[in-house]
Design a protein around this ligand. Structure first.
Ligand SMILES: NC(=O)c1ccc[n+]([C@@H]2O[C@H](COP(=O)([O-])OP(=O)(O)OC[C@H]3O[C@@H](n4cnc5c(N)ncnc54)[C@H](OP(=O)(O)O)[C@@H]3O)[C@@H](O)[C@H]2O)c1
Length: 292
């Protein structure tokens, strides 16, 4: 019997592009990857239910599990840190423990929010962590739980995701740009906008390379939220002015890292590939988004 791969969160923003990339690779070369069993959402397996996770993984006896499932509403995590800790902090440990029992590898997705955002150079994988939000704390706990039960787990930290099938900053700016006379967007937070299609391809490369440990994967280059909004509107032909404001003026319930740039040098060393720039990836997304 061929041991499959399980993808938790397979209809999420990243999960759906990962499933599509998986199918593309298998269509070209069936043996390159095991067949994927997508776990759509918590209706199929509630990942905070340790027993359900264990039974599902034991039943399918996968070769590999990719966990894209998470509670990704950052302000929601601030309001309900216990739910955040259950989904993002404890569940990855349940998945990792079940993987260890059946001898499966695991890839788990994490975030730039594990850092405090006070660095003055791109973060590398072993830089000290120091989350400043409930979301960041819960995701860091998830990294540790996964590694505790499965020391060889691959933890992919990414940031500022946008993609075709989920709520995200770029899609929101395109919508608001059409609805409003002007937009006010934060310019004192800097990061690496990352297209889920590029991240999905990078995850497959890491799987094929047998990567273990923490790996940062983002599109290269950096910008502020304000820069990103301006570029997205320009590419979409929307002329609404985008005014720059500070994070303090935006008054979010959640403190976010000021500097979130991640170094992808380890990814390149492991796979021999460089992540393309966000300025190359964004036009592809806008074209896909506008033509749907
Ligand atoms: N989005 C970003 O900007 C960003 C940045 C850095 C890192 N990340 C990380 O990247 C990964 C993928 O993010 P994404 O933006 O693709 O997330 P997403 O679109 O929110 O997808 C997450 C999926 O997980 C499912 N899920 C939530 N709670 C669950 C539970 N208790 N049991 C089972 N399934 C559950 C969700 O189902 P429902 O929709 O039904 O709740 C959804 O299908 C996450 O680990 C996230 O932390 C995201």
């Amino acid at each position: 019997m061929t041991r499959p791969a399980i993808i938790f969160g397979s209809i999420g923003m990243l999960g759906s592009d990962l499933v599509a990339a998986w199918e593309r690779v298998r269509a070209e070369e069936a043996d390159a990857l095991p067949p994927a069993v997508g776990v759509a959402d918590w209706n199929v397996v509630e990942i905070t239910d340790e027993r359900a996770v264990g039974e599902f993984i034991t039943r399918h006896e996968p070769r590999l599990v990719v966990n894209c499932a998470a509670y990704t509403d950052v302000d929601g995590c601030t309001r309900d840190p216990e739910l955040a800790m259950n989904v993002n902090g404890r569940a990855p440990g349940y998945i990792a423990a079940a993987c260890a029992k059946v001898g499966a590898r695991m890839v788990h997705i994490s975030t730039d929010f594990v850092f405090d955002g006070k660095s003055d150079r791109p973060y590398v994988e072993d830089d000290p962590v120091g989350p400043i939000s409930a979301y960041g704390e819960s995701k860091l706990a998830g990294e540790r739980a996964a590694q505790q039960h499965l020391p060889g787990a691959c933890i992919v930290r990414t940031a500022w995701l946008y993609g075709a099938s989920g709520k995200n900053f770029v899609a929101t700016m395109l919508r608001l740009g059409r609805e409003r006379d002007e937009l006010r967007v934060v310019s004192d937070q800097v990061g690496c906008p990352t297209y889920t299609v590029d991240l999905a391809e990078a995850i497959l490369r890491l799987i094929l390379a047998g990567a273990e440990g923490v790996v940062h994967v983002v599109n290269s280059g950096q910008c502020s939220w304000c820069d990103l909004a301006r570029k997205a509107l320009e590419l979409a032909g929307i002329s609404t002015p985008v005014l720059s404001i500070t994070a303090a003026e935006f008054k979010s319930p959640t403190e976010r890292p000021g500097y979130s740039v991640l170094s992808t040098a380890r990814y390149t060393a492991l796979t021999g590939r460089r992540m393309r720039s966000w300025t190359e990836a964004l036009p592809e997304f806008i074209e896909r988004y506008m033509s749907r």
